[in-house]
Design a binder for this molecule. Sequence first.
Ligand code: ADP
Length: 496
Amino acid sequence: MNTLAQEIQAHINSHYPIIYLITQEEDQANLLIDQVLAGDERKKIEWNLGCGFVNYKSVNTINSWCSFTDALENLLLQDLEQHVIIIRDAHVALTEPLAVARLKMLVNKFFANEDAHVTIIMIGAQAYIPHELEKLITLFDLPLPNRDKINDILTKFAHVYEIEIEQEIKQRLNYALQGLSYQEILHLLMQSYQNDGAIDENDIPLIQQQKSQIIKKSGILEMIEVQDKFSDIGGLYTLKPWLEKKAKIIKNFTKAQQFGVEAPKGVLIAGMPGCGKSLTAKATAALFEMPLLKLDIGSIMGKYVGESEANMRKAIKVAEAVSPSVLWVDELEKAFVGIGQGNASSEVATRLFGFFLTWMQEKTSQVFVIATANDISNLPPELMRKGRFDEVFYVDFPALQERHEIFKVHLNKRNKMNHNISINELAEATENYSGADIESIIKEAIEESFIDNQAPLDTRRLRKVIKETHPLGEIMSHKVKEYKKRFEDMKIKSAS
Ligand code: ADP
């Protein structure tokens, strides 16, 4: 029996009243329930949306009420003592307030009877937990297939279709399929097989592409294909070595762990826009040689109770299945604004925040979180406390030497470096300019050179564009001062 099944069984033995399994894969839930209930002599009944009450695992209808509310009314009239009640489509069943009230009454009835041992097992694609039931429900999230499981699936698939999958291809396939559900994996394998009756190297790019699509369709996560290199980051002289140190641990994690090193949790990078926060997130994934998943925090926020947490849980589940991975939480401040203000949306934010903090604190998986934020003044201070992120950095507008490097990076990238360009002069002329400003100056100057009969790029032309560009630091001067003071007050480490 696997550890999840053991854990659930322990809960059942300790008379926890409602076990809630979150999964989109009913087959997997059934297998798990069979494992958990093997040897359990109690009578098992089931409710599902289509048929109402039936005997578990048989088509014998007990009662053909389809409404969960009516079914509960009937259950309340019976003397149930030794029963397991399995409820499918739980997230739909619990949307009715009357059903929630009756379910609570039912559980209280079991509690009142010392001889009763009744367990309710709910299966839902999402966690939909009304407030009234929170204390009665224990959630178990069915994980996505891990490396070993995917290996099993591949072996079985090859066996059933009588094909040979080379060991090396198997490993690459395994990597490409992580983060998908059992059904999604089977579907992709089937598709690949049907193309040419084989599963080989040619199928891997298609599988990777389809996987990105599947992940994106969830609307919360996106797999980012990283083009940036770590050496593309100019400046940030404190942040870069810090990340390089983490890379040494992450790339030798097994050894590091044996030595007593804990898995790095992640970093929060806050500060001025256009100064390399997103670039650092992307380039770090390249440095760590890990896939990068970007979490869209705006789309996480749901209207219904528990919806935001369910979305966050889903995202984390994928990131953990793809791990080791980098999870980039962009615009972190958007998720947690208004915490503690006491209105409905702040309640959602507060719960989501609690969930995120607990995950960060207890996280043992190799998911390295890079959270980026422009403004952290509205973020709750608990987030900054040690134990959540390994470190919090503040990114300011680049200083002279940093601007020097940024010019160099972007000119070299475009093969435009030549002896007619004085980088010192350009760096001097761009105080208060962000890295993004510098990049756009170079782009514009190149464009103008081209129009001007493809003349070689020189300092004069670049200086002209600099003069015509209003630096972000100037446009936002008011905000910049305010931010700077806040970061100083909060004693956050400078990234430079
Ligand atoms: P932020 O996330 O801080 O708002 P970005 O990282 O998206 O800013 O910056 C936008 C672009 O500006 C980057 O893709 C990069 O081309 C350029 N840039 C910004 N900062 C730097 C830097 N420190 N070094 C090199 N390029 C930079």
